[in-house]
Design a protein around this ligand. Structure first.
Ligand code: AHM
Ligand code: MG
Length: 355
């Protein structure tokens, strides 16, 4: 029985009928139907997911026409706080996401890979705003100017600060297990938005003819095992012994190496076909390169919700890590559960050995 049936004061407390397989379900309809699964749904989370869907359509439009207009390339020498060179489309995507989330006032603050600090969002009227949103507006941005897929990643948390006061950094520095929703948009051969609110994972493909994300991948489940591994093998000599041994093992097993250089794209492939994604420590990034809060955590939640596993190379569950900084990095290994377990065995066996 859905939890909300225990709340007679909620006018829409009767669970909606299941969605038939043979009809188009738009993202908006799906989000609204799913709202009824939540015990204290006020519509804020629904509104946030819809805002992100709108921003994704706008970003998609620009990503698709990027080759036609003079928007490609590095943005006037700007560097973001992590020292990465920003591409123009990163800036554009960031602005659109901030704008869409600010306009509706459904969250009290946002944080982005492209901004050093959190951005408070002024309330709209007397609307309560209990959520904060983190995102990487355009992940894999080095792929942009070579026409290879890129993505947007997002994570939503309920704030922990007093809702009557200003938002704080602590609202964002929560372990990933407290995410109330997470997802990504992949701008690939088609554009797909995949998200979870902790009740499984669903994917919505953008139908450009009607301008709507339509349910295309119901209840996504990651295969238990896979035949592909995804890592930047160019850094092989910079990896720790246990990682080199695991990669040797993948090669001995004739696993295929697939690495797009856009984590969203690699994870999407792994969700569908199985496999493992690795970004371990390197000499340049001893603590890993990828950002915990808006790259590792949301994708870890998606992978776990689809039946997979996500750990760091210290064998800690990604979603249990207590963050200390907004732009904190982490090592990461995530994907099919059998492959993550296999990696774990290699780490346990070899990490104690001298290099
Ligand atoms: P970005 O957010 O600056 O684009 O960086 C994140 C990306 C991931 O999408 C990808 O997996 C990784 O960085 C690629 O890094 P590398 O080129 O070191 O393999
Ligand atoms: Mg990124």
């Amino acid at each position: 029985m859905p939890k909300n049936l225990t709340r007679p004061d909620v006018p829409h407390a009767i669970a909606p009928p299941p969605i038939p397989d043979n009809r188009i379900v738009t993202l908006d309809e799906f989000i609204i139907r799913s709202e009824k699964d939540f015990e204290y749904a006020t519509g804020e989370l629904t509104g946030l997911l819809r805002d992100i869907g709108v921003a994704a359509k706008i970003i998609n439009r620009e990503v698709n026409k990027a080759g036609l207009v003079n928007i490609l390339g590095v943005s006037s020498g700007n560097e973001n706080q992590s020292g990465d060179v920003q591409q123009k489309l990163d800036v554009y995507a960031n602005e659109r996401l901030v704008e869409c989330l600010q306009n509706s006032g459904e969250c009290c603050a946002v944080a982005s890979e492209e901004n050093d600090d959190i951005i408070p969002v002024p309330g709209v009227g007397y609307k309560p705003n209990h959520y904060v949103v983190l995102f990487d507006p355009l992940d894999g941005s080095s792929n942009i100017d070579v026409n290879v897929s890129v993505g947007t990643i997002f994570a939503i948390y309920r704030r922990i600060s007093d809702p009557s006061g200003p938002p704080s950094r602590e609202d964002f520095l929560q372990p990933g297990k407290r995410q109330v929703a997470a997802g990504y948009v992949l701008y690939g051969t088609s554009t797909i938005l995949v998200y979870t609110t902790g009740r499984g994972v669903n994917g919505f493909t953008l139908d450009p003819s009607i301008g709507e994300f339509c349910l295309s991948h119901r209840n996504m489940r990651i295969p238990d095992n896979g035949q592909n591994y995804s890592v930047n093998q160019g850094y092989y000599s910079k990896f720790d012994l246990e990682m080199r041994r695991y990669i040797d093992h993948c090669s001995d097993q004739n696993y295929g190496l697939r690495y797009i250089g856009s984590m969203v794209s690699d994870i999407h492939r792994i969700l569908i076909h199985g496999g493992i994604f690795l970004y371990p420590s390197t000499r340049k990034y001893p603590g890993g390169k990828l950002r915990l809060l808006y790259e590792c955590n949301p994708l870890a939640m998606i992978v776990e919700q689809a039946g997979g596993k996500a750990i760091n190379t210290g064998l800690k569950r990604i979603l249990d890590i207590a963050p200390g900084e907004l732009h904190q990095r982490s090592t990461v290994a995530l994907g099919s559960p059998a492959m993550v377990d296999e990696l774990k065995a290699f780490i346990e066996r070899y990490s104690a050995l001298p290099i």
